[in-house]
Design a binder for this molecule. Structure first.
Ligand code: GAL
Length: 892
């Protein structure tokens, strides 16, 4: 991690090469940039206030109203101007500073009592859970996200800096960010998921400068899930020559793509904020790019250089193209490889290099075929997707590179090839990861438009900000090859009326103007095929409608809520020219390793206390057949998709469990929707998806575990998930029968097995040949602990982390599947314990606690190296009556 940011820094340090050297440089070594971009990671002081402490607010809101409040919206709105096309709609900044004394923004304010924090930072994740849903509704995860957070820091400027233009780049502040530099309110951005830039040049002086940032989350319902709180994404300081490439100023597209050649088209926006007119030469060289090592590779091509004149204050676009022979295409594994390139654009004033700008991109073609689905580089790629919220479990919303990478690694192991960023823009680094790992991404911007989903959500600012929010996300993310489409809405209440169609038309026009290469859409859960909004979609994104809502024999008794029969055919007939995909499918529920009896004979059933659920233990059965009322289990989703070959694929709700939105247990911190639990442990469904999505991987997985002392002699169904097409099951060596896979069935079921302790063994076959086996055994009593780490070497940057899994085991080393021992972690040497978890949604122990109960035999410790200290890190786990365990990690 440290190396990663060092590299980013190095890429932006000044270098004095000249234009005449450019062509020599291009073939020798990767070019260096003339800009400086530094991450503002440490040196921050932070304080949170539950109530408004400073008499200011972005705008009056239901939760905060009062005569003493000063509304700062007029100073914030102009930050949007760069993203509002019509100059008549630009906001004018008030000439005066707001008439309010804000102590925290003062240069002289003594913040020495405030907490020392690093950014990204999520203030709520470290705090105890709230006891009720009074201040923050239960669906937001019961952590104290509400209140005002102030962040302060010094910015040191040397005299050379004052010749430059200095920008502050905030990747995400949750929410209503406002920024003061040397006591001047510079601007801000209310939507917490968006990134934004402020030009702070005119407020800076040589020496120490004070930076103060205020973020605020309303007290009350502002989100349908855990939003996080604070400066939860990276913050950067960018220093450039007054004549420079504008913010997110490049757009690279590839055309006429084939394995033989491709045309790369580049548009660069250049702006002159200097006081003089300038003639500059623009050069761009393209290199191969190794995203993992963050290194430039071979020189590939050069875009013909261009000379332009820029008047003071001018902004101009420069276009160029180059044909690349035998391009290394970007495409999703396993059949393709996500090759990347980097374009290095440099601006020259005669011989003098003024600045450089890097754009990573990929060369690939996309086709959206209404009958075949998605084609990437002419190859059909079925979308095996999941929805992901932005939190990182026990680490909260604070972006962490390794935690995000781990989420993707586990999803990729399952066979996932696509992610829908539900329902808001992700951290920029997450898209670097999806580029590098080869996921196809739906980049989604809004969960609500004008009509609210919760009282204090985005609808409050939609009218003022929708254009700027949509344009800025698209400019930020448009060069990522992983992004294959844009979504600007999810299940908006307006989907059934004319207003919805009108809003969608405006959003679509903006989206098409920003990017002519990708289609746009929004997810529909209630609109019918003839709803006028559907005419404004390039692609039909259906939530749950494809496989039916409250549909099927097990759902017949439900009397409340929308019911729909499967709708794929109806939408295909209504829109034969549009590709259809399931932007949300499933909404199945389960608790890792907890099984409930009896087992439904259906392939999907709504959970309740007589069907898969147990409200005493809070279990939803891990037989993986139970769902939220509008949902469908995986088996039924697969069936609906396989019956409709025109469907491009689907995105499971959800890949990972996330904080908030508890469905079965309303008082829980997190929900049951994920295929992977909040700690990152695989639920049984993981193997159901893997069997279907990775059909060439020999695998078999038996459920349930075989520790049922109370079930001797009782019917205890055994199911097997396998990529094989035949399976035989043995209980203590006795065959329970050999089954052949039936068409449109996705699991093997032996529903009449009688429980007896011992061993269950499955042998599976494919095309008549032995394919894969699995065994589960009745274990002995728990006697010890075992620790394993996903990585034993971590960087000593304070951010890189190792995920340490604790298992409660019997004398033979088998995981005891229902163990619930209380465990204490301790970390010594060069590291720290950051958080613990066990994946149980009802565990309300603070995430920072070193002591936690194992859940169904497992617990997780998240360990980081202490910044700057190298050497060994000892991680120990103890539990009364059990053999302790230790694992040694290295901080390098
Ligand atoms: C959908 C919604 C998702 C999530 C899911 C849970 O309707 O779009 O955000 O709430 O339901 O089932």
């Amino acid at each position: 991690m440290r190396n990663l940011y060092r590299l980013i820094y190095l890429r932006y340090v000044f270098c004095g090469s000249s234009l005449s050297e450019a062509s020599a440089i291009k073939k020798r070594e990767p070019p260096k940039a003339a800009n400086e971009r530094v991450r503002l990671h440490d040196g921050w002081r932070f304080r949170r206030y539950e109530e408004i402490p400073d008499n200011v607010i972005y705008d009056f809101r239901e939760d905060a109203d009062g005569d003493n409040l000063h509304v700062l919206k007029p100073w914030i709105l102009p930050t949007a101007n760069d993203f509002i096309k019509n100059p008549d709609n630009h906001h004018t900044r008030p000439t005066e500073q707001p008439d309010v004394r804000i102590e925290f923004a003062k240069n002289s304010y003594d913040d020495s009592e405030w907490a020392n924090v690093t950014v990204p930072h999520d203030w709520a994740i470290e705090l105890p859970f709230l006891e009720d849903g009074d201040t923050i509704p239960l669906m937001m995860g019961q952590l104290p996200v509400h209140g005002v957070g102030w962040y302060r820091r010094t910015l040191e400027m040397v005299s050379d800096d004052l010749e430059k233009v200095v920008y502050l780049d905030i990747d995400g502040g949750m929410s209503y960010s406002m920024v003061w530099v040397n006591e001047h309110l510079v601007g801000g951005w209310p939507f917490g998921y968006n990134s934004f830039r402020l030009d702070i040049t005119s407020f800076l002086k040589q020496g120490k400068n004070s930076l103060a940032i205020r973020v605020e989350n309303p007290r009350g319902p502002s989100s349908r899930w855990y939003p996080g709180a604070g400066l939860y994404r990276n913050v950067w300081l960018t220093k450039v020559h007054p004549t420079h490439v504008a913010h997110w100023g490049t757009f690279i597209t590839s055309n006429d793509v084939s394995p033989e050649s491709a045309t790369v088209d580049l548009a660069v926006q250049i702006e002159n904020k200097g006081i003089e007119k300038r003639t500059i030469t623009v050069t761009t060289q393209i290199y191969e790019y190794d995203a993992k090592e963050r290194q430039h590779g071979e020189f590939v091509a050069e875009i013909p250089q261009r000379k332009i004149n820029l008047l003071r204050g001018d902004r101009q676009s420069v276009n160029g193209s180059v044909r690349i022979k035998k391009p290394r295409l970007w495409g999703p594994p396993p059949t393709q490889f996500p090759h990347l390139y980097v374009a290095m654009t440099r601006l020259w004033d005669g011989e003098k290099l003024l600045g450089s700008y890097e754009t990573q991109f990929g060369i690939r073609s996309l086709q959206f075929d209404p009958d075949k689905g998605l084609l990437v580089n002419n190859e059909h790629v079925y979308l095996q997707g999941v929805n992901q919220h932005h939190d990182l479990g026990a680490l909260g919303a604070a972006f962490n590179q390794r935690a995000a990478e781990r989420q993707l690694e586990i999803l990729q192991e399952m066979g996932t090839n696509a992610i829908r960023m539900s329902h808001n823009p992700p951290a920029p680094e997450l898209l670097d990861l999806t580029d590098r790992m080869g996921f196809l991404v739906i980049d989604e911007v809004f969960d609500s438009w004008l009509e609210k989903k919760t009282d204090l959500d985005f609808h409050l600012i939609f009218e003022d900000w929708y254009e700027a929010d949509l344009r800025s996300v698209m400019r930020r993310d448009r060069n990522h090859p992983s992004v294959f489409m844009w979504s600007y809405g999810n299940e908006v209440p307006e989907q059934n009326d004319e207003m919805g169609a009108q809003i969608s038309s405006s959003l679509r026009a903006i989206a098409h103007a920003e990017d002519h290469t990708r289609p746009t859409s929004f997810s529909l859960n209630t609109a019918t095929p003839n709803a006028s909004i559907t005419d404004t979609a390039d692609i039909i994104n259906l939530n749950y409608q494809g496989e039916g809502i409250r549909y099927g024999p097990a759902y017949n008794h439900l009397t409340e809520g929308t019911k729909k029969t499967p709708q794929y055919d109806a939408f295909h007939e209504g829109h034969p020219d549009k590709l259809i995909l399931g932007s949300e499918v499933a909404s199945a529920l389960s608790l890792r390793g907890s099984f409930v009896f009896p087992v439904t004979p259906y392939n999907s059933a709504p959970v309740n206390d007589t069907s898969g659920g147990d409200s005493d233990t809070l279990a939803v059965s891990a037989y993986e057949l139970y769902t939220a009322q509008p949902g469908s289990a995986a088996d039924r989703v697969f069936k609906a998709q396989d019956e409709h070959s025109f469907v491009a694929g689907g995105f499971v709700w959800a890949g990972w469990d996330y904080i908030g939105e508890p469905y079965w247990c309303e008082t829980c911190r997190s929900g049951y929707y994920g295929i992977i639990d909040l700690a990152g442990f695989k639920k049984e469904r993981f193997w159901l998806y893997q069997a279907h999505w990775k059909s060439i991987l020999p695998m078999a997985h038996i459920i349930p575990h075989w520790n049922w002392p109370d079930r001797e002699g009782k019917v205890t169904p055994v199911h097997v998930f396998t990529s094989g097409d035949e399976a035989e099951l043995f209980v203590n060596g006795n065959s329970q029968g050999r089954l052949k896979r039936e068409s449109l069935e996705y699991r093997f079921r032996w529903d009449n097995v009688t429980y007896e302790p011992g061993e269950v063994h499955a042998v599976t076959y494919k095309d008549g040949k032995k394919w894969a086996t699995d065994t589960v055994r009745t274990t002995g009593a728990a006697t010890g602990l075992r620790l394993t780490a996903d990585r034993t070497k971590i960087a000593s940057d304070g951010e890189d982390i190792s995920f340490v899994t604790l298992e409660v085991v019997d004398p033979d080393g088998h995981l005891v599947p229902d163990a619930a021992h209380t465990v204490t972690f301790s970390v010594s040497g060069a590291g720290n314990l950051v958080a613990t978890d066990n994946g149980f949604p009802a565990d309300m122990t603070a995430f920072t606690s070193a002591r936690r109960k194992a859940f169904n035999g497992l617990c997780l410790g998240i360990v980081s190296a202490t910044a700057g200290s190298f050497g060994t890190i000892s991680v120990k786990a103890e539990s009364e009556g059990l053999e302790p365990a230790e694992i040694i990690l290295q901080s390098v």
